[in-house]
Write a protein that binds this ligand. Structure first.
Ligand SMILES: Nc1nc2c(ncn2[C@@H]2O[C@H](COP(=O)(O)OP(=O)(O)OP(=O)(O)O)[C@@H](O)[C@H]2O)c(=O)[nH]1
Ligand SMILES: [Mg+2]
Length: 387
């Protein structure tokens, strides 16, 4: 499956940069690409300059809102990020149109951190714009949720997350959720954490795109997970997880075989435990998994076992699957996607915290302006959307 990726703001830009890195590696090592283009959009010159793999010209690193911000970002005001994306959205559409093999794009993926300003505000506006211009292609979002310390030290982050999630859900065909907090390693610096999270999020996602684009017959699975399977699976709130397990490989001994099947299932359990946002598999209406390993470590029995394992957890989901025989010898890797989640506790929590925030902000304003005093009765409808 081929994607055109657009990173919005610093977080989105860095994740898009990681995708661009993986794509270049796939091109040199595998002789194929899964990205038709990678763009970064920002209001901040410094953020754009820090990228390494996205091409440095202004057709790939797109600065918006320079007249209003002087190239210094929007300082967490995501409504300003949304305004600037609306005003300069044409620059992004132009850049997309310059993509050499645009017609090969199966879908768009826009990425942003929900708690910031530029990415949080611009992602839904750009998603809507792209959907209007490219009617036949799905547009997906990947939204990164903040670390806990950001929520506790910066009240405004909650409001940014709430408005970003609501707008993004309204605009995109599916929204991948990634919770930074779930990946946090306390002993690492922030920079190390961010770099590691970006690798951990992008690698399995990218691998999933590769499975259907392989050109070397040796690496084509017995059951290929292609773009159609992925597009059919993705809808609404979506999470992705990855797990891996060492195996003994083919010894011919029946005990080794059954042991390896257990290890495959362990990799799937790990993927479910490591979902990018905690989710209950019974609440997914769609799911897919990809088993990656060396051809000799994978068997039809294992694939069947994994399917029934996932079905026993995601009881309400239509399940699609595939195998990708391009893995490391002796390691089985499983990537799981749960989609069309009917409920996400994490998302609901953000919405109710955003409503509280709006309540408190209005209360403060009303206290300062006594004649308009109103008690807090805000609801989901009071969370502003950028669309
Ligand atoms: N996973 C991950 N999260 C990041 C990264 N960079 C920033 N974040 C998170 O993204 C949020 C901040 O958003 P940014 O992308 O920095 O903000 P922005 O869109 O550039 O907006 P402004 O700087 O306010 O104009 C915080 O929750 C950070 O923890 C990154 O490289 N990886
Ligand atoms: Mg920034």
């Amino acid at each position: 499956m081929k994607l055109l990726i657009i990173g919005c703001g610093q977080c989105g830009g860095r994740l898009a940069d990681e995708f661009a890195f993986m794509n270049r590696r796939a091109k040199t090592q595998g002789g194929f690409e899964v990205l038709t283009n990678t763009l970064a959009v920002n209001t901040d010159v410094a953020d754009l300059s820090g990228l390494r793999n996205i091409k440095p010209d202004n057709g790939h690193r797109i600065l918006i809102g320079t007249r209003r911000t002087g190239g210094h970002g929007v300082g967490k005001l995501n409504e300003l990020g949304a305004d600037l994306a609306r005003a300069d959205g044409d620059k992004v559409i132009e850049a997309i149109k310059m993509t050499p093999h645009l017609a090969e794009t199966d879908a768009f993926l826009l990425i942003a951190g929900a708690a910031g300003g530029t990415g949080s505000g611009s992602i839904s506006v750009l998603t809507q714009l792209i959907k209007e211009r490219f009617l036949d292609k799905p547009v997906y979002n990947m939204i990164v949720l903040p670390f806990r310390y950001e929520e506790t030290t910066e009240d405004r982050s909650i409001f940014n997350v709430g408005t970003c999630l609501k707008s993004s859900y309204m605009a995109a065909d599916a929204v991948f959720l990634v919770d930074n907090q779930r990946y946090l390693k306390k002993t690492d610096s922030i920079a190390q954490n961010l770099a590691r999270i970006n690798r951990l999020v992008v690698k399995p996602f990218f691998n999933m795109l590769c499975a259907g684009e392989e050109t070397n017959p040796k690496y084509i699975g017995s059951k290929v997970l292609d773009g159609g399977d992925i597009i059919q699976t993705l809808s609404g709130w979506t999470v992705i997880g990855y797990g891996a397990s060492k195996v003994n490989g083919k010894t011919g001994h029946f005990l080794t075989k059954s042991d390896d099947e257990q290890k495959g299932i362990r990799a799937m359990d790990e993927a479910i435990n490591n979902l990018s946002v905690k989710a209950d598999p019974t609440e997914a209406r769609k799911a897919l998994y990809l088993l990656t390993g060396s051809g000799k470590d994978m068997s039809m029995d294992l694939i069947n076992d994994l399917s029934s394992t996932l079905k026993s957890m995601a009881t309400e989901a239509v399940i699609r699957s595939g195998d990708y025989p391009r893995g490391t010898n002796g390691v089985l890797e499983v990537t799981v996607v749960l989609s069309e989640l009917t409920n996400s506790r994490k998302v609901i929590d953000y919405f109710s915290k955003t409503i509280d925030y709006i309540n408190r902000a209005r209360h403060r304003q009303a206290s300062a302006n006594l004649e308009n005093y109103a008690t807090g009765t805000e609801s989901f409808g009071d969370i502003p959307s950028f669309l």
